[in-house]
Design a protein around this ligand. Structure first.
Ligand code: DQA
Length: 145
């Protein structure tokens, strides 16, 4: 079973980017943990990051040809991108929305998500563990649990 973990803009700077909000783990640390967890749970996890909206859309389109599902942190595009929402709607595989920070405890503009309504579920506020919870939940869904 193949799973895509997709990270949006500015998440390449994790570790140094506002560590009080996003924690001290780097993106590479998180990816390694998710690949290891995938192995433990019988999934082959591929991780991708882009700062570009179009590249994220391309990655979602491509994922429909090879992945059983996606854990997606769209970063700031969460709050603005109709195009990402349309891409998620357009692919038949389940997408879980994940955020490191608790967006509800932050600025008002972060409390709107363009994509939540077209995702299977949402995890927010658990730091890097939002990816872990998202991956575990996604695997339950795709395995039919
Ligand atoms: C984020 C929350 C977004 O509001 C923000 O723009 C990010 C990261 C999170 O993981 O908490 O870049 O998606």
């Amino acid at each position: 079973m193949k799973i895509l973990i997709l990270h949006g803009p500015n998440l390449n700077l994790l570790g140094t980017r506002e560590p009080e909000v996003y924690g001290s783990m780097t993106l590479n640390d998180i990816n390694e943990k998710m690949i290891a967890l995938g192995k433990e749970l019988g999934a082959d996890v591929t991780c991708l990051q882009s700062n570009h909206e179009g590249a994220l859309i391309d990655a979602l389109h491509d994922a429909r040809t090879w992945a059983a599902g996606v854990v997606f942190n769209p970063g700031g595009y969460t709050h603005t991108s109709v195009a990402l929402r349309d891409a998620i709607s357009a692919i038949a595989i389940p997408v879980i929305e994940a955020h490191l920070s608790n967006v509800y405890a932050r600025e008002e503009f972060r409390q709107t998500s363009m994509i939540s309504a077209v995702c299977k579920g949402r995890v927010t506020g658990f730091g890097w563990r939002s990816y872990e919870l998202g991956l575990r939940g996604l695997l339950e869904i795709v395995k039919g649990g």
